[in-house]
Design a protein around this ligand. Structure first.
Ligand code: NAI
Length: 479
């Protein structure tokens, strides 16, 4: 704590650099800045205590300071051990008007390269407020939401179950934290769960977890699925990845992508952006899919569709985008060509069998530099694994650029306002924002790019049965 601001970041001295990049990012985030102007005198988040778990980048700094500008108190942690940009974290702690000696910003608990213990410690600190707990959660991937839900469940049972032997290390660390917290305060997570008015969730993987909780009747508070705003998943997941996937590969390896064979596992929104990103560099892209519709889309887009097993002998780069587990296994990696680049851009590291790789008989790991490891098999061939199998665009590079994140985060801010101010109108279910707001977010960003919209005439609007002011599409329209 310094000047009353609690924090755990790498180096507060980096704040000045962070502030400069935040200033540049603000210009590239017109949606967030428009929301600041729109609500300049209203402070719709006054009284909100937002606990946020989302990659602590420069773009997220602009999101955090938007929430603050709208009246919220905020505490923050990153949702990934490698994704923090330390200068952004420092600048948020210092705040726009504070100094390193006297910070005036937001408590942040995040640094690049946390251990798993440190990660869960940061998440816990971010959810632990002096006095009353948080009344809003802003989540990416659902770890903060999971901590509150599992904590509540185990407090009710009075016991934390033991980890199974084959549970990932992450889960064991998580259970240990809950065990300690149960011993110290048997009601901590129950109280927090009762105080939270709602959660707004950023990504596909976190949304899946929310729908599972809701289906089991276990969701403790209402949730807004931000991911499935069209201006989020059809932009961030796709065009954001198109930018940041090759950025991560380039910064990690600097291997020429043109002419290589790249395998993209999964052809959802992220997979589509990934394939475009790699083929844009001149790679020959092969797609693997389980869903015939997405597989057919890939074929129509000109990519070969086959299985990972069949693609392995020719692959130079293998990228997972599925949000599923066990997609690239140790046996696959054992059969790859020498120095094949292996990376994941989905949310969690279980897409690539990192545990199996580490256990592979005779395997050797050579760390090349942070977030780049060469794994040498006993036969002498090796593969390059980026970010230890965690999302490589945030581990090896700096994630999506500001403009696309402005779309995503505008939806986040709107969703926070909605649940904070109208939570009584919502049940403990998962909701999406109305299409009209999606169109509003798109309108702001289109304008910033100098795009000009055609206006419907009243007669045209009647003919296609929409309002002149929108929404322009039915709920089932897929974009
Ligand atoms: P999506 O559901 O649109 O796409 C996933 C695709 O993978 C689906 O088409 C599915 O059929 C396919 N798939 C599932 N299992 C498979 C398997 N075993 N082999 C081949 N294909 C398989 O999801 P979306 O939005 O594309 O997100 C994917 C992941 O990326 C999620 O974990 C999400 O949270 C994450 N994400 C990461 C971002 C980043 O910056 N790194 C940004 C946005 C999302």
């Amino acid at each position: 704590t310094r000047n009353g601001v609690e924090f755990a970041v790498a180096d507060l001295e980096l704040a000045e650099f962070g502030r400069k990049e935040i200033r540049l990012a603000e210009h590239e985030m017109p949606g967030l800045m428009a929301l600041r102007r729109e609500y300049a005198e209203v402070f719709p988040l006054r009284g909100a205590r937002v606990s946020g778990s989302l990659h602590m980048t420069v773009q997220t700094a602009v999101l955090i300071e938007t929430l603050v500008a709208l009246g919220a108190e905020v505490r923050w942690a990153s949702c990934n051990i490698f994704s923090t940009q330390d200068h952004a974290a420092a600048a948020v702690v210092v705040g726009p008007h504070g100094s390193v000696e006297a910070p005036q910003g937001v408590p942040v608990f995040a640094w690049k390269g946390e251990s798993l213990e440190e990660y869960w410690w940061c998440t816990e600190r971010m959810l632990t407020w002096d006095g009353e707990g948080p009344n809003m959660i802003l989540d990416d991937g659902g770890d903060a939401t999971m901590l509150v839900h599992r904590g509540t469940e185990y407090e009710a049972a009075g016991v934390v179950p033991p980890a199974e032997e084959d549970d990932p290390e992450e889960w064991q660390v998580f259970l240990n934290l809950l065990r300690e917290s149960l011993a110290a305060d048997g009601q901590k997570w129950t109280r927090i769960g009762q105080g939270v008015r709602g959660v707004t969730e950023e990504t596909t993987t976190g949304v899946l977890r929310l729908y599972q909780l809701a289906a089991q009747g276990k969701l403790l508070f209402p949730a807004i699925n931000v991911n499935d705003s069209v201006t989020k998943s059809k932009f961030d997941n796709r065009y954001g990845i198109r930018h940041s996937l090759i950025d991560g590969i380039n910064r990690g390896t600097d291997v020429l992508i043109g002419g290589k064979v790249a395998v993209v596992c999964g052809y959802g929104d992220v997979g589509k952006g990934a394939a475009e990103s790699l083929s844009g560099q001149g790679a020959r892209v092969i797609v693997t899919e389980i869903d015939p519709i997405c597989a057919l889309q890939a074929a129509m887009d000109g990519y070969q569709v086959t299985t990972l097993e069949k693609a392995l002998p020719v692959a130079d780069i293998v990228i997972t985008t599925t949000g599923n587990k066990d997609v690239v296994m140790a046996e696959h990696m054992a059969k790859m060509k020498h120095q094949t680049i292996v990376g994941n851009i989905g949310h969690f590291d279980n897409e690539i069998d990192m545990a199996g790789l580490a256990r592979y008989p005779g395997i050797r790991r050579i760390n090349i530099k942070p977030q780049v490891d060469e794994w040498v098999f006993p036969d002498g061939h090796s593969i390059l694994v980026l970010s230890e199998g965690r999302l490589l665009n945030l581990g090896n590079a700096t994630g999506h650029p500001s403009f696309v994140m402005s779309n995503s985060f505008s939806n986040q801010v709107i969703a926070q306002i909605e649940l904070f101010t109208k939570h009584e109108e919502y049940d403990n279910e998962v909701y999406r924002l109305p299409k009209k707001l999606d169109e509003k977010v798109a309108r702001i960003h289109l304008q910033a790019l100098g795009g000009e919209l055609t206006k419907l005439t009243k007669e045209q609007a009647e003919y296609i049965d929409v309002d002149v002011e929108g929404p322009y599409k039915s709920e089932h329209y897929r974009y």
